[in-house]
Design a binder for this molecule. Structure first.
Ligand SMILES: Cc1cc2nc3c(=O)[nH]c(=O)nc-3n(C[C@H](O)[C@H](O)[C@H](O)COP(=O)(O)OP(=O)(O)OC[C@H]3O[C@@H](n4cnc5c(N)ncnc54)[C@H](O)[C@@H]3O)c2cc1C
Length: 384
């Protein structure tokens, strides 16, 4: 059994991502956890391997990957550290978003630095009082003669501690819900943009998560990237890809955790035998392995549907819900199989476990995946 998408195993970016994971992310993951971010020079190093413009078409200087190869890259990176991988995923998604929706001047201004890893991107949708119900955001952009004035607060911004370019979702007309939501591209150091301190988390600080405030932040018309009506639809369209990537990352992290637990149990001896020979230990790891294989198949199925142009909303929700749960439960069992050593910081299972929990919130919680699946129950599984 190999990675989720054997089709992409030999893609040069996937090979480069595995090397980057083994040589750069794995040895530094604990340091980045303490540092509270992935350093700039690592983005630049990743960029040299083509890992900062994954979704940007080759014609615009990117790597031009599809969703399957992007997911396989993220799976490889997450085998070393899911939080670091997610930091790169968010950055790559922003670069892909600028390439897809940006005006020619926005593309000229921002894309070369994003692809080169010189400027880092982030997405700002969630707010302190609004998470799952994203169409209820309150950050407001008011039209002026020469542009827009933005006021409000954003919460839980991955890469927020160090991002240079932020995509900010705002309401433009009170009471209009999704139809009034627009999106702006804003320099994170512009006047009126206030970066909050990093969140103190149970772990996962490498993701550099922080909030932002906007206080009379004046932006020109060309900062508008998606007009009211278009922005929320684009966010929803992007979320299936994000969910598929989170599922793939969970597969990478669970696979790495299983490998660690199996190697340890194979060498560890109790009652005159290797602990891997005890049926109780084997069954725990066997269940984690079965769930890993099922998560890979669901992820691959969502990618196949997406690439075939079929609506992948429900299959992406199945993959994300199942893979995040398989990772959280499976990594816990890997720790259990290692005894006290599994709990030691000498091994990376604590970091992996916390990241798997985090994955159950990102890009829609597990309950929101069930809301999506629930909507399709009658039409997909009903008798009439
Ligand atoms: C480490 C981290 C990084 C993040 N990065 C980003 C980022 O870069 N950009 C960004 O915009 N956001 C980001 N988020 C925010 C994330 O998308 C939200 O946490 C998520 O959407 C859930 O929102 P919430 O936490 O406010 O939970 P709430 O919406 O307050 O939900 C609370 C609980 O109620 C449940 N619930 C809510 N609605 C329903 C429903 N209809 N049916 C059943 N149950 C429901 C939820 O599942 C959850 O269990 C990040 C979060 C974390 C933890």
């Amino acid at each position: 059994m190999g990675r989720t998408l054997m089709t992409f195993a030999n893609d040069s970016r996937v090979v480069a991502a595995q090397a980057f994971a083994d040589e750069v992310i794995a040895p530094n993951a604990e340091h980045w956890e303490t540092l509270g971010r992935v350093p700039y020079d690592c983005f630049e190093q990743a960029a040299k391997a083509g890992l900062c413009g994954l979704l940007v078409p080759e014609a615009l200087g990117g790597s031009g990957l599809g969703v399957g190869a992007m997911a396989a890259v993220m799976e490889s990176m997450a085998s070393a550290c899911m939080c670091s991988a997610f930091s790169f995923a968010v950055h790559n998604n922003l670069a892909g978003y600028v390439a897809r929706y940006g005006s020619p001047s926005q593309i000229d201004r921002y894309l070369p630095d994003l692809i080169a890893g010189r400027k880092i991107g982030a997405f700002l949708l969630t707010e302190p009082s609004v998470g799952s119900d994203a169409q209820s955001i309150k950050t407001f952009a008011e039209r002026t003669a020469s542009g827009w004035i933005i006021n409000g607060e954003k919460a839980w911004v991955s890469n927020g501690v160090f991002a240079d370019l932020i995509s900010v979702y705002v309401q433009t007309e009170h009471g209009s819900g999704a139809e009034g939501i627009a999106a702006f591209l804003i320099d994170a150091n512009a006047p009126g943009v206030i970066r909050e301190d990093a969140y103190k988390l149970m772990r996962g600080h490498a993701l550099g998560t922080a909030g932002f405030r906007f206080d009379q932040c004046a932006v020109i018309d060309d900062a508008l990237v998606l007009a009211p009506g278009a922005a929320f639809k684009a966010a929803i369209a992007g979320i299936n890809i994000a969910r598929i990537c989170v599922a793939a990352m969970c597969c990478g992290t669970l696979h790495a955790s299983l490998a660690q637990a199996i190697d340890y149990a194979d060498k560890r001896r109790a009652f005159g035998r290797s602990t891997l020979e005890f049926q109780g230990v084997q069954f725990m790891l066997a269940d984690a392995a079965t769930n890993l294989e099922a998560a890979k198949l669901l992820t691959a199925s969502a990618i196949e549907q997406h690439d075939a142009g079929v609506d992948a909303t429900i299959s992406a929700a199945h993959a994300k819900k199942f893979a995040t749960r398989a990772a959280f439960e499976g990594i816990g069992d890997c720790m259990q199989a290692m005894g006290a050593a599994g709990y030691s910081a000498e091994y990376s299972l604590g970091r992996h476990l916390a990241a798997a929990k985090m994955a159950q919130f990102l890009d829609g919680t597990s309950e929101i995946q069930n809301v999506v699946i629930g909507r399709g129950l009658k039409s997909i599984y009903g008798r009439s």
